[in-house]
Write a protein that binds this ligand. Structure first.
Ligand SMILES: C[S@@+](CC[C@H](N)C(=O)[O-])C[C@H]1O[C@@H](n2cnc3c(N)ncnc32)[C@H](O)[C@@H]1O
Length: 304
């Protein structure tokens, strides 16, 4: 399968039977796990990763007698775990409207020649390189360094970056401007699972959590989740406090907020660190309960 030539699969309607096809499942497996943002964060959200947290969320809501109207999933990645949570809430008799946001949502397919295609953000950041029969992420991991493959990756990525820069950034080139020598640039593609798109109960929005909160998002959320986004090695203490303030601003009084991340591999219970908070009336948060050791950024929220 040429993954980047199959990107229209992302535009399948939410109820399409093709979403269950082998072709689509193969596309998902080969596309999303490779995609990495410029800051090193992964675009992928693994299906069922947040399953137990969904159960805890339902229990927290039920024990408090809350019937949420609006759920916000901040930093949703490709939206797979968002779909799971919406489904679980609905099964529990808690149907919600959802606003799912992320900083990077779009990608363009740039054909470099007959053999090579790139998936690129509008700022030129390369998410994936695809040749005939192979795909790779330009980001090098430990295995690449061990096997020497990093030299090939780095060389190829540097060459590809030069080619993209010649097209003119941000992509796409202005009408009448330069286009890829090998063919038209395709996109933008919304890099989100089709199961979340084109639904009347879901709004997908681009949003940087470090930017001021848009006015229409102030004080509207009953449940907010920010999972696998906040880390002490990616955000400074000042940024984490700013983010905690931003998240509090979007909450109604009494809203439930889930913050945390998986620190280890799938299934390693002790390596999860999540905290459920309640948004307090006068501003700020209080801890409701912890999963694993609690969130590593908990005090940024309680210290507001
Ligand atoms: C690993 S994914 C998490 C996906 C999902 N929440 C989950 O746990 O399955 C991390 C996401 O955080 C997003 N992100 C990182 N910095 C962000 C920021 N400043 N504002 C909004 N989203 C951000 C990235 O774009 C990426 O999609």
């Amino acid at each position: 399968m040429r993954v980047l030539r199959s990107m229209e699969l992302l535009d399948l309607p939410a109820g399409s039977p093709r979403l269950a096809s082998v072709e689509f499942q193969q596309f998902l497996r080969e596309c999303f796990p490779l995609l990495r943002n410029a800051d090193g964060s992964w675009k992928c959200s693994r299906a069922t990763r947040l399953k137990e947290l969904d159960e805890r969320l339902v229990a927290v809501l039920q024990s408090r007698g809350l019937k949420p109207s609006l759920f916000m999933d901040v930093g949703m990645g490709n939206g797979t775990s968002t779909v799971d949570t919406i489904r679980r809430l609905s099964q529990a008799g808690l149907p919600v409207q959802t606003i799912a946001t992320d900083r990077n949502l779009e990608g363009y397919v740039v054909p470099l020649n007959r053999h090579l295609d790139l998936l690129v953000e509008d700022n030129g950041h390369i998410l994936m390189i695809e040749g005939r029969g192979w795909t790779l992420s330009p980001v090098c991991n430990g295995w690449d360094y061990l096997t020497g493959k990093f030299l090939f990756k780095r060389g190829l990525a540097a060459w590809a970056r030069q080619r993209i820069a010649r097209l003119g950034l941000p992509l796409p080139p202005t009408p009448g401007g330069p286009n890829s020598a090998a063919g038209p640039i395709a996109g933008p593609f919304l890099l989100v699972t089709p199961e979340l798109k084109n639904r009347s109960d879901v709004v997908i929005r681009q949003e940087d959590i470090l930017e001021p909160l848009p006015a229409d998002l102030i004080g509207v959320a009953d449940v907010v989740r920010i999972a696998n986004v906040l880390r002490r090695d990616r955000f400074s203490p000042a940024q984490l406090s700013q983010i905690a303030h931003n998240l509090r601003q979007r909450c109604r009084e009494g809203a439930v907020v889930l913050v945390g991340r998986h620190l280890g591999r799938e299934g390693e219970d002790h390596k999860r660190g999540y905290t459920f908070f309640e948004a307090l009336g006068g501003g700020g948060f209080q801890v409701l309960e912890r999963v694993g050791g609690g969130s590593e950024v908990e005090e940024c929220f309680t210290g507001l």
